[in-house]
Design a protein around this ligand. Structure first.
Ligand code: SF4
Length: 266
């Protein structure tokens, strides 16, 4: 093989590693750098990491302190891809809460790192746990429909959960599990800085808004997370269980409000 051929092979290998890495931190649509969808901020070019994220050993149970508002205020990295990479590295092979015991893999998040609109769910289900991507089962298909109903595609938005590991039997995350894992979600939000967040279901609304009210009471009313407007609405899995015309209308109203807020601009 010529030295040129060897160089091509090395370049292809490096490119494949880079693409695999982007997928691991949730970047699916590599063409997203082309036309920007409605509501999206201009994103700086992704910075190539010097090395792929290393698997980390088991950690002591602790709240991650690395990501805080102080980071952004003090001139920390502002490239959302680089920030998401740091967050994924910080999570590592996380064992900070009991949810690690029965997970197949950590489900970090997926979508456009510069999205104007972010959806936050509760936690991975069986299919998400198997595939490593949030909202890919039946509820995921319903979420895709919800996203399309306001004129966007899945690749236009960012999707993440309060907890990154599947709760056994798809139970609701316990309060201590949510509070241990949620700093990673908060860091993702800080990295992406969406203009609007839609909280899907009670655990997401409670985590972002601190509300003790049920989702039926607070859905459709604006809240705020660190200055970002948050619209709580029903989780798509609930919508599938209670597929009434009234519930569909309520979710549609909530999503329309979120889309209008997005279109208002910064
Ligand atoms: S749910 Fe979050 S805090 Fe708990 S083990 Fe998984 S990544 Fe770590």
């Amino acid at each position: 093989m010529s030295s040129c051929g060897r160089g091509d092979a090395a370049t292809r290998r490096a490119l494949a590693e880079w693409v695999a890495y982007l997928r691991e931190i949730g970047v699916r649509d590599l063409a997203a750098a082309a036309p920007r969808p409605v509501g999206e901020r201009a994103a700086p070019a992704p910075a190539r990491p010097s090395a792929p994220p290393a698997k980390e050993p088991a950690r002591r149970a602790s709240r991650p302190e690395l990501f805080s508002l102080a980071d952004s205020a003090s001139g920390g990295p502002s490239d959302p891809v680089a920030r998401l990479r740091e967050i994924r590295e910080e999570i590592g092979d996380c064992r900070r809460c009991r949810l690690h015991e029965r997970r197949t893999q950590i489900v970090f998040g997926v979508g456009n790192p510069s999205a104007g609109l972010m959806f936050v769910g509760e936690g991975p289900g069986a299919e998400e746990d198997a595939r490593g991507e949030p909202f890919v089962g039946r509820a995921g298909k319903k979420l895709d429909e919800m996203i399309r109903s306001v004129g966007l595609e899945r690749g236009d938005v960012y999707i993440a959960n309060v907890v990154k590991c599947r709760p056994p039997d798809n139970r609701t995350p316990e309060a201590d599990e949510a509070s241990t894992c949620s700093p990673f979600l908060f860091a993702q939000i800080e990295a992406i800085r969406p203009r609007v967040i839609v909280a899907l279901g009670a655990p997401a609304a409670k985590t972002l808004l601190g509300s003790r009210l049920g989702i039926t009471q607070i859905r459709g009313t604006w809240g705020s997370f660190r200055g970002i407007p948050v619209m709580p609405t029903f989780h798509p899995a609930y919508l599938l269980r209670a597929y009434t015309q009234e519930n569909r209308r309520k979710v549609w109203e909530d999503l329309k409000a979120a889309r209008l807020k997005l279109d208002e601009g910064p």
